[in-house]
Design a protein around this ligand. Structure first.
Ligand code: AMP
Ligand code: MG
Length: 483
């Protein structure tokens, strides 16, 4: 039976051995105040409308709803290449909510107090970064990209101390699970193979029941995770998303984008784009993301080795064969995606060079990634000044020649491009501007931006206010975790 808020909790994660978690409640806060509640998500999770009346108490962890069994997860991870023991240092999973149509989702608080995994941290989060995660994750969802969702933001009424004193807040996050590559690294680091096996069986049952009973479960699991990560990377590259902190603890086994810190969308096309202030070496730069995904998958594979084969050599061989497939798997899908962005059907030998010539030209001319594809999605040739060069005209003539091989109408090409090219993305200067005003108590701009981002592939009345790249004075060069 669902409780009065419509939550129907199940707590299967707690059937795992207890090294995987610590059962504990969030730490209550002094003055919880609801700032945002995601009504469409409330509806799609089939929660009850009365939730609105108690939202501040519920989404601050003051009131634990019936059936919930809060806990913090243990996990490890490679952070910027270095192995570390981590865990939910400021998060609590309330439980798994089962919707009436049978979806299972974790309801998790972020910023809800200290846990045994907090290390030096205070267990809290500040308001700005929680609003940032809310708007970025919801924008990704509307872009059709697998992601965790954001259900609510509550201000705690307490200060958090970072470089400056900031208002505290708690985000309620919804995810198909919070099992990460780092969860497997944690299990393996205990040196007890049965822990990895338990986690593997649990994860397969929860996320990929179709491979249950397979001959080599660990190998098939790795393949399945890799498949989803390849798709996710193609999505990120399609819209110009840069995660910023692709540590293995921030890579979800479900294939959802998770842990929005200093992430950002690229304006002008440059494969070396980095925004995150903590990514000083550019490890997680735009074009590196697929390679990092593969690196992270190799860490997952290492954790699974003893389950792949009892002979280590054979296990390594099996793992290598899977991981080495990633580049071709990814490249084929990336090429297909880029062809769709250009409205190309079929396969022609010149496709590769047509795409790379465009990208080279875009890079050289600092062309906006999103808007260039929109300009190309018109039936008339693009008119702006950068398009009036010999080089571009030559490329565009090649494109038109290629369209003739499509054997489809130009209308069909345009329709394909509309599906693959968003008209609007959460550009940094707009996100930062909206957050500044929200931090000063005015959510009007934040909500307007959220609204425009909720329908990114269609024309809407206020779209053009949010489409322009930043003026040089508005350009955001760095984004901060501000954790
Ligand atoms: P993240 O960069 O958000 O992926 O966090 C990395 C690790 O640091 C995770 O284990 C977090 O739980 C932990 N962490 C981040 N901020 C805090 C904080 N303020 N208090 C305690 N733990 C934190
Ligand atoms: Mg994290």
């Amino acid at each position: 039976m669902p409780n009065k808020y419509g939550f129907q909790f199940d707590n299967t994660y707690l059937t795992l051995p207890n090294v995987f978690y610590t059962q504990m409640n969030p730490t209550p806060v002094s003055k919880p105040e609801l700032v945002l509640l995601n009504s469409p998500l409330v509806t799609s999770l089939e929660l009850n409308d009365v939730i609105k009346n108690d939202a501040a108490l519920l989404f601050s962890g003051h009131m634990i709803p019936e059936g919930a069994c809060p806990f913090a997860q243990a996990y490890a991870g490679h952070q910027f290449g270095h192995f570390t023991m981590l865990g939910d240092g400021r998060a609590h999973v309330l439980g798994e909510h089962i919707t009436p149509d049978g979806q299972r989702v974790d309801i998790q608080f972020k910023g809800s107090g200290r846990t045994p995994y907090s290390r030096q941290g205070d267990g809290r989060a500040s308001f700005g970064p929680m609003l940032r995660e809310y708007i970025m994750s919801e924008a990704m969802h509307s872009l059709g990209i697998p992601t965790t969702r954001s259900l609510a933001v509550v201000k705690t009424g307490e200060d958090v101390f970072r470089e400056t004193v900031l208002p505290g807040a708690i985000l309620t996050r919804v995810a198909t699970s919070h099992i990460r590559v780092g969860s497997f690294e944690f299990a393996a680091s205990n040196g007890d193979q049965s822990l990895v096996e338990r986690l593997l069986n649990y994860t397969v049952e929860r996320h990929m029941p179709d491979i249950m009973g397979s001959e080599n479960l660990a190998v098939d699991f790795l393949k399945a995770v890799m498949n989803q990560q390849a798709d996710l990377m193609v999505h990120w590259m399609r819209v110009g998303f840069i995660h910023g902190v692709m540590n293995t603890d921030n890579m979800a086994i479900s294939g959802e984008t998770i842990d929005y810190g200093p992430c950002a969308f690229m304006d002008n096309y440059d494969p070396a784009t980095v925004f995150s202030s903590i990514d000083r070496m550019g490890r997680y730069a735009f074009a590196n993301q697929p390679k990092i995904a593969q690196w992270n998958l190799a860490r997952l594979a290492e954790s699974l080795l003893p389950l792949m084969d009892q002979h280590q050599d054979k296990a390594i061989q099996l793992a290598k064969e899977v991981i080495e497939e990633f580049p071709s798997l990814y490249n084929d899908r990336w090429l297909h995606m880029m062809k769709c962005k250009l409205g190309l059907f079929g396969e022609e030998p010149e496709d590769d060079s047509l795409i790379s010539n465009l990208l080279d030209w875009m890079k050289k001319n600092h062309m906006d990634y999103t808007n260039t594809f929109l300009d190309l999605s018109q039936e008339v040739p693009p008119a702006g000044k950068p398009y009036q060069t010999e080089e571009f005209r030559g490329w565009h003539a090649d494109l038109k020649r290629r369209y003739q091989k499509n054997q489809r109408s130009i209308k069909e090409s345009m329709a394909l491009m509309t599906q693959y090219n968003p008209k609007v993305i959460p550009r940094n200067h707009h996100v930062e501007g909206a957050l500044d005003e929200a931090l000063n108590g005015n959510l009007t701009r934040f909500k307007a931006l959220l609204n425009v981002l909720s329908n990114p592939y269609e024309a809407s009345p206020h779209l053009n206010e949010y489409q322009s790249p930043p003026a040089p004075s508005d350009r955001v060069y760095q984004t901060f975790c501000g954790t």
